[in-house]
Design a protein. Structure first.
Length: 395
C-alpha cells in the first residue's frame, strides 16, 4: 500500500488545531448567543430588592408641615409614640410575595401562584423563561403584641387581585342624613404594597449580567412599596369652654372612608364606612396665645372611596370624585353629668389631605347647649365645615 508524503504531518497539524480549539473554548467568556436551542444553560436568577417609602412631599407634591398644624401634641396613651412617630409609619421588614407565572403571554390572567415570606429586603430565586407578575405587601402585625390583627387579606375571590378589609365593630354610629345607625369598622394596620406586571425573562437574557462568583446570569429588579393606609390626626379645639365640657367618652369615628382596598392596584372599595378610633381631651393648651381645650385622636384608614391611590391626581379631590361626606363623631361629657354625641363636617379637609394629615375643627363651647341630665344622652346637629376656622395650606 503506497503512502503520500506529508499526509501524516497534515493529520498531526489538524489534530493539534482541534485540541487547541477545545482547550481555548473552555476559557471563553460566558456564551451570549443563548437563542440557539441546542445550547443548554442553567436557568437564571433574579435579585429582587425591596424599599418602603412614605413622604408628604412625595405624596402631595408640595411641602406640608403637619407639625405646624398639630396643637394637641403627644399622648403616649393614644399614639404609643413620640415626636415624628405620632404621624409616621413603622417601616416593615417582613413581606409576603406572590409570584404569578403567565408563560409566554404578558399580562395574562393568573392561573397559578407561588407564595414566599421574605424577612428583610432581598429576595433571590430562579425563574423560568417567560413573563411574571410580582405582588409584594408587608406582613400584617398588630400595634401591640397582645392586640388582634384587624386587616384581613382575601386571596380567594380571584387570583388576579388581592383585597384587604377590616371587620365591623359592635359600635353603632348615627350619621347625619342617614335614616338608621351604621356599624363602624376597625381601623386597619399599616399596609404597603408594590405590584410589577409582565417582567420578562427571555432566552437572550436581556437585562441580565454575568456574576462570576455565582457562575450564572443575574437580573436585578427593585420594587418600592407605597402605603395603602393613611393616618389622620384629628383635633377638636374648644374655645371659651370654661369647664362646660369636662371630657369625652374616649370613642370617635371618621366617616365616609373606604372599607377595603385592592392590594395590587391601590384602588379603594366603594362602600363608605365610619372608622372607629380612640380620642382624649387635654385642658389648657396654648394656641397662638389663647387658652383652649382640645380633643385629639389618631386614626388609620384605607382612604377615600373609589380612588386609585397609586395614580391619584395631585391636589384636592373634587366632589365629583368623592360622593361621600366626611364627619368626625365624638361624645362630649358635660359638667352636669350629661353627655352628647356631636358630628363635625371635615369633608373639604379630607379631600385636600387625601393621603393623611391633620384634621382640625374649631368650635365655641358656649354655643353648645348642655343637655338636661335627666335626658341622659343624645345626638346633636352637624357643625358644618363652612363654620370652622380652617388654616389654609399653600399648595
Amino acid at each position: 500500500m503506497c503512502s503520500i508524503p506529508g499526509v501524516g504531518l497534515l493529520k498531526l497539524l489538524m489534530l493539534s488545531v482541534m485540541v487547541f480549539t477545545l482547550t481555548t473554548s473552555c476559557e471563553r467568556e460566558p456564551l451570549l448567543h443563548l437563542h440557539r436551542e441546542e445550547i443548554d444553560i442553567k436557568l437564571p436568577i433574579v435579585d429582587y430588592e425591596l424599599d418602603v417609602v412614605w413622604d408628604y412631599e412625595l405624596i402631595y407634591g408640595f411641602s406640608y408641615d403637619w407639625r405646624a398644624e398639630w396643637y394637641y401634641g403627644e399622648d403616649p396613651q393614644l399614639f404609643g409614640g413620640e415626636g415624628d412617630d405620632i404621624l409616621g409609619y413603622r417601616k416593615p421588614s417582613v413581606f409576603e410575595l406572590r409570584r404569578y407565572y403567565t408563560g409566554d403571554v404578558p399580562n395574562a390572567p393568573h392561573t397559578q401562584k407561588e407564595e414566599f415570606l421574605i424577612k428583610g429586603y432581598h429576595f433571590t430565586h430562579h425563574y423560568n423563561w417567560g413573563f411574571y407578575d410580582i405582588l409584594v405587601w408587608n406582613e400584617i402585625t398588630p400595634v401591640e403584641p397582645d392586640d388582634a390583627v384587624s386587616i384581613h387579606i382575601d386571596e380567594t375571590t380571584t387570583l388576579d387581585s388581592v383585597f384587604a378589609y377590616t371587620n365591623s365593630t359592635t359600635r353603632n354610629v348615627s350619621l347625619p342624613n342617614k335614616s338608621k345607625a351604621t356599624r363602624s369598622r376597625y381601623q386597619p394596620e399599616e399596609l404597603f404594597s408594590a405590584y410589577d406586571r409582565a417582567e420578562e425573562i427571555d432566552r437572550n437574557l436581556t437585562g441580565f449580567v454575568w456574576d462570576p462568583e455565582r457562575n450564572l446570569f443575574v437580573k436585578n429588579l427593585s420594587a418600592t412599596l407605597e402605603p395603602l393606609t393613611y393616618i389622620y390626626l384629628t383635633q377638636i379645639i374648644l374655645h371659651d369652654n370654661d369647664g362646660r365640657i369636662i371630657g369625652v367618652d374616649g370613642n370617635a369615628d371618621l366617616s365616609g372612608m373606604a372599607s377595603s382596598t385592592n392590594v395590587n392596584t391601590g384602588h379603594t372599595g366603594s362602600e363608605p364606612i365610619p372608622v372607629y378610633y380612640n380620642c382624649n381631651m387635654k385642658r389648657h393648651i396654648d394656641v397662638k396665645g389663647e387658652d383652649v381645650d382640645i380633643v385629639g385622636g389618631r386614626v388609620m384608614t384605607f382612604g377615600i372611596c373609589n380612588q386609585n391611590n397609586y395614580h391619584i391626581s395631585r391636589g384636592p379631590i373634587s366632589e365629583e370624585k368623592d360622593a361621600d361626606r366626611h364627619y368626625i363623631d365624638c361624645t362630649f361629657l358635660f359638667n352636669n353629668g350629661s353627655e352628647k354625641t356631636m358630628s363635625f363636617d371635615v369633608t373639604d379637609q379630607v379631600r385636600t389631605l387625601y393621603k393623611g394629615g391633620v384634621l382640625t375643627v374649631h368650635i365655641n363651647a358656649k354655643d353648645i347647649e348642655i343637655p338636661d341630665k335627666k335626658g341622659g344622652s343624645g345626638f346633636d346637629a352637624v357643625v358644618e365645615e363652612e363654620e370652622e376656622v380652617i388654616k389654609e395650606i399653600e399648595m
